[in-house]
Design a protein around this ligand. Structure first.
Ligand code: ADP
Length: 159
């Protein structure tokens, strides 16, 4: 597989995302991690900040690029001529959403395959949302994100 896109909000990137990026980079020649603009009304980090975190954490992976997109993922994947989309799967709740998402992608970009990677057991509960919720109340999230992201989140919440 030549080019794959791993899309998401990444607000901010967690160790669960980074695990998918590492494994995704092994199954394609070029992996574009694509940060979605406007996915939430009130993101904690700007798109530039989110891209910077991912860039820093993946700088050892030569075939990983970081980009952002607005609007439909189907248009973006066609624009960058991607062969596949990579998505991570945690629980049954992800499956329902991802099935709809993949089916719609097949309608809109039939030549682009959606590939799912199962989460590592230790990250099966992990989402950017839960990290923010715990950090907001000064809970310990240092094992769930990189040291750089950890510092930035705690600073945002005033700790
Ligand atoms: P979230 O806000 O849920 O952390 P994103 O929208 O940024 O996630 O997620 C982008 C992609 O990464 C989605 O396919 C999502 O299922 C996947 N993902 C998020 N967290 C994990 C994890 N801990 N393990 C595996 N995949 C994950």
């Amino acid at each position: 597989m030549k080019t794959a896109v791993y899309p998401g909000s990444f607000d901010p990137v967690t160790n669960g995302h980074l695990d998918i990026i590492h494994r995704g980079a092994q199954v394609c020649e070029r992996l574009i991690v694509a940060v979605l603009h406007n996915s939430q009304k009130n993101p904690l980090f700007t798109v530039e900040e989110r891209k910077d975190f991912i860039r820093q954490e993946t700088k050892d992976l030569a075939n990983v690029e970081v980009d952002s997109f607005d609007g439909l993922l189907a248009h973006y994947v066609n624009q960058v001529k991607a062969d596949a989309i990579i998505r991570g799967l945690r629980a049954i709740s992800d499956f329902e959403y991802e099935l709809k998402f993949a089916s719609m992608m097949r309608e809109l970009a039939p030549d682009v395959e959606t590939l799912f990677m199962m989460t590592k057991n230790e990250y099966s509960f992990l989402s950017s949302g839960i990290v923010k919720e715990v950090a907001q109340h000064n809970g310990d999230i240092h094992r769930l994100v990189s040291p750089r992201v950890y510092k930035a989140i705690m600073k945002k919440y005033g700790y």
